[in-house]
Design a protein around this ligand. Structure first.
Ligand SMILES: Cc1ncc(COP(=O)(O)O)c(C=O)c1O
Length: 346
């Protein structure tokens, strides 16, 4: 049987031969001392791409967001995020523990909240029981929203509200390049609308490790300090930074293929009786679908798919998320659809 079709996430990608070569050849040094030329090149390239003064290479998106939140806030502050965001969900234990802030979540379709909703959250505080909102965050694309793209106009309106209240605006852009390729909005435009922005190299871009946080020199200095405090001071990190730099130079435009494959998958899923695509029309590389009439439990379903070479994660069964990435081609989509049809029709 050909290799497994792993639709669980875009984090499962393996480095390509070109990327491995770039990593093997990377010039390295002690990054914590600022002496790793490849880390510096990646930070410089990223900052330039997004029109920011400075950038910081960190091991993960979680650490990138934590550094940004900690750099912008003081213990006891409130930050705004979509309720379904990665920050308000998976990252909230670390953020509430290490940055000591609480999160005011906004419920919004696809995770795309409006400037008016942000203004309401800001106006709701401070009170006797709630501290001041000191940071607004938005996730673009929004993972749990099904890879939804934040319209630039909406981001600009949020920024205006933030400016009026003198509150910084941070974008969790783990998949910002998916947003950029799908919308045609340049990274620099996303960079301009946010005071700080984090993006991941280890998702759709296909690098093995790392994220980049960007902003003003002062902000990045503070974020660097936080990263050091939580163990993010790396040494010869140029080996992995080289993979990230390679991804930025070679793997951005090809994200359009992932979006096309996700749309093809969604279209085929909609033709299976009893299946509903939740985030139609699919905007980027994430398909959310619900099996309305499940004929078996989750373990049997996953096992039946696995025996046909397809891996799929559930998002609270019978809701599923399928993610396309550089390890998935058109033929894989066709094979996955065949497997899903067979298993769901049993
Ligand atoms: C939107 C979003 N933000 C942040 C992260 C955290 O990134 P990492 O897994 O590199 O810590 C993820 C990971 O899936 C994500 O989807």
């Amino acid at each position: 049987m050909p290799g497994e079709i792993d639709l669980r996430s875009d984090t499962v990608t393996l480095p390509t031969p070109g990327m491995r070569q770039a990593m093997a050849r990377a010039k390295v040094g002690d990054a914590q001392r600022g002496e790793d030329p490849t880390v510096r090149a990646l930070e410089g390239y990223s900052a330039e791409l997004f029109g920011k003064e400075a950038a910081l290479f960190v091991p993960s998106g979680t650490m990138g967001n934590l550094c940004a939140v900690s750099a912008w806030t003081r213990p006891g502050d409130v930050i705004v995020a979509s309720s379904a965001s990665h920050i308000a969900g998976r990252e909230s234990p670390a953020i509430s523990h290490l940055a000591s802030v609480s999160i005011a979540g906004i419920d919004a379709p696809g995770g795309i909240f409006s400037a008016e909703e942000v203004a309401r959250e800001i106006a709701a505080a401070p009170s006797r029981t709630r501290s001041k909102v000191r940071l607004v965050t938005a996730e673009n694309t929004h993972n749990a929203g099904g890879g939804s793209v934040y319209p630039l106009a909406a981001l600009r309106r949020i920024r205006q509200v933030c400016n009026k209240a003198s509150i910084p605006f941070h974008i969790d852009g783990s998949r910002i390049f998916n947003a950029s390729v799908a919308s045609g909005v340049s990274p620099a435009s996303y960079g301009k609308v946010a005071h700080s922005l984090m993006f991941c190299l280890s998702k759709g871009l296909g690098a093995p490790v790392g994220s980049v946080v960007m902003g003003s020199k002062d902000f990045v200095g503070e974020a660097r300090n936080v990263s050091f405090r939580v163990g993010g001071g790396m040494r010869q990190a140029g080996i992995v930074a080289a993979g990230g730099l390679y991804a930025l130079k070679h793997h951005v435009d090809r994200l359009a293929e992932d979006h096309e494959n996700a749309r093809a998958l969604a279209q085929a899923l909609e033709e299976i009786p009893g299946v509903e695509v939740v985030n139609a029309p699919v905007e980027t590389n994430i398909v959310l679908f619900r099996w309305m009439t499940p004929a078996m439990g989750l373990p049997d379903f996953q096992e039946a798919l696995k025996s046909r070479g397809v891996l799929l994660d559930d998002r609270a069964f019978p809701l599923f998320r399928a993610v396309t990435h550089l390890g998935i081609g058109k033929k894989d989509i066709a094979r996955a659809v065949r497997a899903l049809r067979e298993v769901m029709r049993r």
